[in-house]
Design a protein. Structure first.
Length: 210
């Protein structure tokens, strides 16, 4: 269970381990469903997650698809039938495909619920429980939320076979992170100390650093 503000960059915290997990699994066979299932509350979040999958899964040749409502079913159904290791989905459209036999969850061993509090706020709890009931019990479950209300605590207890590990970043009472800007600076290992010193000097605006 990870409690972190929306916009804090937690996508890679579940995506990179998912890629490692996929690489340790047997190859998909014809008719197999995905190995990793990511449930998201909205189309926008699902698409953002897919963009990260494309960036970081390409080198491992990991295939993914994004399944959400409001668009034609055909392209999404074809991608599922061709076989994907990662499926990012909103609950409603995924249930449509499960009920129509377009895909199945028999191979899912890595389940992610992203922004679970938002999904519950939007009334998706029955759909979440219906979907997760079709996933094998020996799966690894990762539940991410910006808050930790009783409803999320109950869902976590029901979905996790054992007492989950909790990771909390920041306050559990905040819903969104509006004032954080993230920068990535790629440097060599030997450059890190000098780079850190430069950043601290800039932040301190010439003041002494102890």
């Amino acid at each position: 269970v990870g409690i972190a503000e929306t916009g804090s960059g937690k996508t890679l915290a579940f995506l990179l381990p998912a890629i490692v997990h996929i690489n340790a699994q047997p190859y998909l066979q014809r008719g197999d469903g995905p190995i990793v299932l990511v449930l998201a509350p909205t189309r926008e979040l699902a698409v953002q997650t897919q963009e990260e999958c494309n960036r970081f899964g390409r080198s491992s040749r990991i295939r993914n698809t994004c399944v959400y409502g409001g668009t034609p079913r055909g392209p999404q159904a074809r991608a599922l039938s061709e076989g994907v290791e990662i499926c990012i989905a909103t609950p409603g459209r995924l249930i449509d495909f499960l009920e129509s036999g377009r895909t199945n969850l028999r191979r899912v061993t890595y389940l992610v619920l992203d922004e679970a509090d938002r999904m519950l706020d939007m009334g998706f709890e029955p759909q979440i429980r219906k979907i997760t009931s079709q996933v094998r019990p020996d799966r690894q479950t990762l539940l991410w939320s910006a808050t930790w209300p009783k409803e999320i605590q109950g869902l976590a207890r029901d979905l996790c076979r054992e007492e989950p590990v909790h990771i909390n970043v920041g306050s559990m009472s905040l819903r969104a992170c509006h004032n954080v800007t993230q920068y990535v600076d790629v440097v060599q290992e030997y450059e890190k100390k000098d780079k850190l010193k430069q950043l601290l000097e800039r932040i301190m605006d010439g003041s002494k650093i102890v």
